[in-house]
Design a protein around this ligand. Sequence first.
Ligand SMILES: NC(=O)C1=CN([C@@H]2O[C@H](COP(=O)(O)OP(=O)(O)OC[C@H]3O[C@@H](n4cnc5c(N)ncnc54)[C@H](OP(=O)(O)O)[C@@H]3O)[C@@H](O)[C@H]2O)C=CC1
Ligand SMILES: Nc1nc(=O)c2c([nH]1)NC[C@@H]1CN(c3ccc(C(=O)N[C@@H](CCC(=O)O)C(=O)O)cc3)C=[N+]21
Length: 291
Amino acid sequence: MTARIIDGKAFAANLRARVATHAAAFAAAAGRPAGLAVVLVGEDAASSVYVRSKGKATREAGMASFEHRLSTDVSQDDLIARVEQLNADPAVDGILVQLPLPKHLDSDAVLLTIDPDKDVDGFHPVNAGRLATGLPGMVPCTPYGCLLLLRDVLGDLSGMDAVVVGRSNIVGKPMAALLTAESCTVTIAHSRTRDLADHVRRADIVVAAVGRANFVPGDWIKPGATVIDVGINRTDAGLVGDVDFASAKEVAGAITPVPGGVGPMTIACLLRNTLVAAYRRAGIAFDDKTL
Ligand SMILES: NC(=O)C1=CN([C@@H]2O[C@H](COP(=O)(O)OP(=O)(O)OC[C@H]3O[C@@H](n4cnc5c(N)ncnc54)[C@H](OP(=O)(O)O)[C@@H]3O)[C@@H](O)[C@H]2O)C=CC1
Ligand SMILES: Nc1nc(=O)c2c([nH]1)NC[C@@H]1CN(c3ccc(C(=O)N[C@@H](CCC(=O)O)C(=O)O)cc3)C=[N+]21
């Protein structure tokens, strides 16, 4: 059996087009476009590429993009002052501080400064708490993008066994919270997990967010399972995921490729969250379940 390859790039393009339609309606109703501010500290090449492509995608969706590039040696106080300025700016609906930050900066303190209602990454503890308790908030883009792909492939997820490998605050934990809310039975695995292969072998849904190239081999995958590969690893062989794609695609029912899987969904969901934030801030009704 050869797996269905989940086309995240095409799904993301479709989502972006739908966001653009709603963004035009928002601009007409509110008298201004929705706006996303991205703060980049330093000159990291990979981060620079992400920030540029986020800006381009934002403008293509009919939203305003505000790029704030700060020098590598910016002080904690100056970075926090910049975030506070964006909190107060009525043209800014969403604020994203590109991670990781240089080592001398305290990213937890910076994330705590972002107004939770403008926190389009969903990284603020208030939004993590809202997600954990089922209140409306901002859901982290990467896990939400994974959920949209899973719903597209599987429909109703209730009762399914899911394993999330990785427990970071930005991917693993919110992914597990979303799958729990979908009534999956969720196992969260991490570096101290015993018998990881056995856990993965029981799963109908596997989400890999480990940060190690080709870490999950095909012989851990239950035949027919749906595999979502969040990993982005730069190797001599190019960009690869956390799942060994060549062996896993022979057993899985469906699998995301890297590139072209989860990555494009992250950016599309960032635009989606910016639009949702804009509608909420403007006090205009919008059914965010349609996106
Ligand atoms: N496609 C996209 O849009 C995005 C992709 N990414 C990519 O996803 C991957 C994960 O990112 P992120 O969550 O931030 O990474 P982190 O490094 O923050 O977390 C990695 C997790 O994997 C666990 N882990 C590490 N080694 C093992 C092991 N041997 N066995 C089991 N678990 C292990 C860690 O466990 P422990 O907690 O015990 O240390 C940790 O919970 C990276 O490749 C990153 O580049 C990230 C964000 C967006
Ligand atoms: N505050 C913050 N929010 C983030 O969401 C955030 C961040 N910081 N720091 C870095 C990670 C990583 N991330 C990715 C986004 C898109 C792709 C993506 O589009 N990837 C393409 C390939 C891109 C390429 O070729 O390099 C793909 O998988 O097809 C990947 C990774 C967002 N992150």
